[in-house]
Design a protein around this ligand. Sequence first.
Ligand code: GLN
Length: 483
Amino acid sequence: MNLFSLEARELAAELRRGSLGPVEVTRAFLERIEEKNPALGAFLAVTPERALERAAELESLPPAERGPLHGLPFAWKDNLHLDGEPLTCGSRILEGYRAPYTATALQRLLQAGAVPLGRTNMDEFAMGSSTETSAFGPTRNPWDPSRVPGGSSGGSAAAVAARLVPAALGSDTGGSIRQPAALCGVTGLKPTYGRVSRYGLVAFGSSLDQVGPLARTARDAGLLLSVLAGPDPRDPTTLPGQGPPRPGDPPEDLKGIRVGLVKEHMEQDLDPGVKERVLAALEVMEDLGARVEEVSLPEAEFALPAYYLTAVSEASSNLARFDGIRFGARVDRDGDLGGLYEATRGEKFGLEVKRRILLGTFCLSRGYYEAWYKKALQARALLARALERLFARVDLLAGPTSPRAAFPLEEKLADPVGMYLCDSFTVAANLAGLPALSLPCGFTAGLPVGLQLMGPPLSEERILAAGAAFQSVTTHHQAEPEP
Ligand code: GLN
């Protein structure tokens, strides 16, 4: 049995059954990380002592007390707090900071028996689509190390793609789980806004942020979601009601499922190889019994500007807390408070973060607020209403996750708008609070392509079932990058 080729669900089943032990599995993955991570830069830090200690505790649990993720190794994006561990958000401004408590999402995985292997690299404060704005250097795409893994959860996506962990956590404000999942050839889910607690996630755009799983298959993402989802008194935006049940066997077909293909997305500047793979994936869905029809979403053109105005505005407010006094780094030259703020923020924030704080502060300023921030709120409402109308006609919307496959490192670093265009198809789900999944649907020029499935609020089960049906008749998700 090749441990590293097992899906999370399969590995968890072996561990629960006792045919594999948490300690041997943890050791095996730690060794693989030690061997492969230096070339990839997927992990910022590995936590071997913590992992082995936890694995040893689990080792002695009687079968009746084993959780659904018993002994399953996982990694988490470095914007989620784990008590006692450093947390950087890919930024120098958090130098020296240690998490004083644990994020609910991490807590739930740990309670279910999962073993924490380490913190993954990310764009600074989750701002980016390539993991290159990290202050600690980029992560490389396991399919082609001269290319980006996508972002901002690029470390988590690369770690899963390279089989360094069977599953990982990411966060998605405008596509940061789905786009790197697409570029690395793995499966990533952004849940409905409020489905998973944000307690302990460092805020970027609070009305957009969601925590979610990256794994190899839709069924694995479903397994993680069944543990992650549910209300949390510490995050008042979490929705009442229980999380989805643990996934069973995938439905064999998609009979009766109506799938909409957004015309405007297919007409936009889209890589021909990506377009071809997505159209082929829709044919597979038709073969499975789905009814695919073209739908029109003229409001799609508002999505990217509305997202960027909203995200930078919320970020400028959220990042005000990093003042050199309360968290992490402090640069104090002349003992003057204003100077301390200026020097700390000036020296420790990276360029993209500064650009966004400046833009966001501008959008929220008196005299500009109506023209920019308020307009974005209005456009967001129009887009959300249009999507609601579409979901009265179709069960799912399908399309490309990203307009193109993984691009070369540095290609878009000096071209912020080019970088922002990576998010053209993913931001609508965040603006409208909807669940969306990216799953592998083939390759173009040797690089993975992602198919995005989006549904109405709380339709994760439907989306994941459709993804699982697709993966039951395709093998794209099984392809492994060269070791
Ligand atoms: N790439 C988008 C941005 O830079 C989305 C980031 C995210 O989802 N965290 O804002």
